[in-house]
Design a protein around this ligand. Sequence first.
Ligand SMILES: [Zn+2]
Length: 102
Amino acid sequence: MSKICNACGMPLEKKEDFAGGNEEMDYCLHCADESGSVHSCEEIFEGGVQFFMGATGADRALAERVTRKNMKGLPHWQGKTCTVLEGEEATDAEFAEALAKL
Ligand SMILES: [Zn+2]
């Protein structure tokens, strides 16, 4: 079985990847604390932007669009209002290209 973080999409492969080291969690250690409380949309968005810039060499504008598309496809953000997710999203091609570099 393979889970992903419901807020950022990070693969949850080993115990240490989970929030609080708890494999019952649907969130990674970056997105939630050990009680399962999930960080703000702004914090997780900024973490995603930094991650994509570092991992794929994208500039900030592209990293923001890729992060937006990634987060908007994940369960945690469905039906939530979040200003940083309102902007432009990466195209499918840009998104696939970014993921291929990870
Ligand atoms: Zn996460």
